[in-house]
Ligand binder design. Structure first.
Ligand code: PLP
Length: 312
């Protein structure tokens, strides 16, 4: 039942879903399996990926794979012409983030999918931040792999899923028992998987209401902040982004000083990726978008959920 619930959320068949321990495992597994069978071929990705893609790609580069990283423009959107150029030959996998974890900015997924499908290149979307928050439909946006993590939409931590398009010639590098039709060896975490299935059901039925609520909350918040702080820069204000994410740069301030003060007030925010908490430099995604170090160092990410209220 949980498998069917995940499949229903992204519009695929239940047999195209395998369960994993989370987004990182799903992503590593797709890249590893794709490069292993085609070691001379390239991995095409972007310069603003989550560490699960970025650092894994670097690790594979060290062991001899070649990686092409496409840059984003000042709006945080992938350079589609450069992507097209990179697809000419010898590509084992294209892996692109669907919704950015630090800015919420959405990639042009339909255009990316059309390009890759036209050139016959296997495509993976890291949709960890998108699934459960915005509509994700793998029949509409045709891809070969898509990574999901339960805890991004109120499911349990330590469980995720991977969509693998039926008929794709890909072999898992996780070796052991024949679980998940030999696509992910290891005993399944059944209680977590049930939690993921339930989270998918709830996300699907509540998505429209949540989106309306979150956009209203976030816009109100950004308006209030902009009124109070002249120096505040809302990242991605004019482009498509997730309803719940607000990344604001307080020019001239440093996140390192602001975060402990906000923490004392019970306000939990982050600077850069949550996975690299403790590093206070300018976040890479912002410097890639052309923000100066002095602006980017004051970047705070506020994440709203359906449990937030206007008074907060
Ligand atoms: N990809 C993105 C875009 C993420 O935001 C995250 C988690 O923050 C991951 C991958 C990794 O997912 P997990 O924490 O489930 O391993």
């Amino acid at each position: 039942k949980a498998r069917a619930s995940v499949a229903s959320l992204i519009n695929c068949s239940a047999n195209e879903i395998i369960f994993t321990s989370g987004g990182t495992e799903s992503i590593n597994s797709v890249i590893d399996g794709s490069l292993y069978d085609e070691p001379r071929k390239k991995l095409v990705t972007s310069t603003v990926e989550h560490a699960a893609v970025q650092d894994f790609a670097t690790a594979r580069e060290i062991t001899g794979s070649s990686v092409i990283r496409i840059r984003v423009n000042e709006k945080g959107c992938l350079d589609l012409e450069k992507l097209e150029d990179s697809l000419k030959s010898g590509v084992a996998l294209v892996s692109i983030i669907w919704a950015h974890n630090e800015t919420g900015i959405l990639s042009p997924v339909q255009e990316i999918a059309e390009l890759c499908n036209r050139e016959g290149m296997p495509l993976h979307f890291d949709a960890v931040q998108a699934v459960g928050k915005i509509p994700v439909d793998v029949t509409e946006v045709k891809c070969d792999f898509l990574s999901i993590s339960a805890h991004k939409f109120h499911g349990p931590k330590g469980v995720g899923a991977l969509y693998i398009r039926d008929g794709i010639g890909w072999r898992s590098r996780q070796i052991g028992g024949g679980q998940e039709k030999s696509r992910r060896a290891g005993t399944e975490a059944v209680p977590n998987i049930i939690g993921l299935g339930k989270a998918c059901e709830i996300a699907k039925s509540d998505m429209k209401t949540n989106t309306r609520k979150l956009i209203a909350l976030r816009n109100e918040f950004e308006k209030a902040i902009s009124k109070k702080f002249d120096s505040a820069v809302v990242v991605g204000r004019k482009v498509d982004r997730l309803p719940n994410t607000s990344n604001i740069c307080f020019a001239g301030y440093e996140a390192e000083s602001l975060i402990p003060l906000l923490d004392q007030l019970g306000i939990c925010v982050s600077h850069g990726s949550a996975c690299s908490s403790g590093s206070w430099g300018p976040p890479r995604v912002l410097t890639e978008m052309g923000y100066s170090d002095s602006i980017a160092k004051g970047s705070l990410r506020f994440s709203f959920s359906k449990y937030n209220e206007e008074k907060e």
